[in-house]
Design a protein around this ligand. Structure first.
Ligand SMILES: Nc1nc2c(ncn2[C@@H]2O[C@H](COP(=O)(O)OP(=O)(O)O)[C@@H](O)[C@H]2O)c(=O)[nH]1
Ligand SMILES: [Mg+2]
Length: 363
């Protein structure tokens, strides 16, 4: 008997046997197609249902309660054995291949690392974005099965004003510091507040022009178990006089407060700032850059009052408690230096590693 005859006979004897399966099929098809539309929609809140991705915390209404017990989130001296997640954040005005290569050499497992970038809305930013995306796609491409993947990569386009000239002399001109540092602070805050997740244990601030660090950077820095910890940023260069490769200090934003610094601050108007590393405003603050001892123990720590952002490890708790990068004068400090002050006001200690070098590109 053919299928057609069977259906005709069933319709005569017991129509429910035919109607029920057809109705069930129609309902199933409706469900499948409508959930497909949802997963293709652009809404950031409409992720695919029942995802195994632990970062997929934006769920469909229906399974809308997601619990995260922040008491169980640790940031310890044994970050690796506790599988603590590290968020590496980089404001990026230009893409340097050496930065990327160094990042890929880091020995901390990529599945425990999230990356976040913020790129300015300028023509330099356009180019940085293109190069960055090409580099990311090579690593994160699901077809490249043998290449370990980062847990998540977020690239943001800045929606605020960017630093206009990226020339070294313009960036570092004393008179442009307040505006420039304030714009940088806003970019850092946007990046931080968009990417910090409920799983993040540590945030590593790493500038896009840091081209060389030890491969165990994350294990080494988290190993100190400090709330805020800065590495010492130097620069390689060719010494024309000695005719040899050499190194010199670069980042002067890691410092200890001085009596003179406090005296100058006490005489400033409310909206005036002090930026470190300029002879125009001599604070005589001890600078970590000058404390490097080539023979010394790389684990030596020193307490700091101001920090730079070139290579800075922060327990996520510090940011979660509210420490950010003030884009306004905060105790006459701004951006990363203001951040150190804010962390201290929240009760955290700020440290640096004078003998632990990382290198800034030589432009
Ligand atoms: N998003 C964003 N990043 C920037 C901007 N200007 C500089 N950067 C990045 O911010 C970091 C610090 O800036 P940089 O100019 O290197 O500071 P310097 O090394 O102290 O002169 C680097 O990673 C830059 O690529 C900007 O306007 N927007
Ligand atoms: Mg730089």
């Amino acid at each position: 008997m053919t299928l057609k005859h069977r259906i005709q006979r069933a319709m005569r004897t017991n129509p429910i046997k035919v109607v029920v399966p057809i109705v069930a099929l129609v309902i199933l098809a409706f469900y499948v197609f409508s959930s497909d539309t949802v997963s293709k929609s652009n809404s950031p809140y409409k992720y695919k249902k029942h995802s195994d991705d632990p970062y997929d915390f934006a769920r469909l209404p229906g399974d809308h309660i997601t619990h995260y017990d922040l008491n169980k989130l640790t940031a310890t001296s044994s970050a690796l054995s506790h599988k603590e997640k590290v968020l590496i954040l980089t404001p990026m005005a230009s893409f340097h291949q050496q930065y990327w290569d160094n990042l890929l050499r880091l020995s901390y497992p990529r599945e425990l690392i999230e990356l976040g970038f913020i790129v300015p809305r300028t023509s330099d930013g356009d180019e940085a974005l293109r190069n960055l995306e090409t580099a990311i796609k090579k690593v994160q491409n699901p077809k490249a099965k043998t290449i370990p993947k980062f847990a998540r990569v977020t690239v943001l386009r800045q929606d605020t004003d960017a630093v206009e000239s990226q020339l070294e002399k313009d960036r570092h001109a004393f008179k442009s510091q307040k505006k420039r540092r304030s714009q940088m602070a806003t970019a850092r805050n946007s990046l931080l507040f968009t990417t910090l997740g409920p799983f993040t244990s540590w945030v590593l601030w790493l500038d896009a022009d840091v081209v060389e660090t030890p491969v165990n950077l994350i294990q080494d820095m988290t190993g100190h178990n400090k709330a805020v910890l800065a590495a010492n940023c130097w620069q390689r260069f060719y010494d024309e006089e000695k005719k040899e490769d050499s190194i010199r200090p670069y980042d002067y934003n890691n410092w200890v407060e001085s009596d003179e610094g406090l005296r100058i601050a006490s005489q400033l108007d409310d909206d005036e700032i002090i930026v470190e590393g300029y002879s125009d405003l001599a604070t005589y603050r001890p600078l970590m850059a000058h404390f490097y001892d080539a023979e010394g123990d790389p684990n030596v720590e020193m307490q700091l009052d101001g920090v730079g952002g070139t290579c800075l490890m922060v327990k996520s708790q510090v940011h979660r408690d509210g420490a950010m990068f003030p884009n306004f004068p905060f105790y006459h400090l701004i951006e990363t230096e203001g951040f150190a002050k804010m962390a201290k006001r929240l009760g955290y200690d700020v440290f640096g590693l004078p003998n632990y070098l990382i290198f800034h590109i030589n432009e």
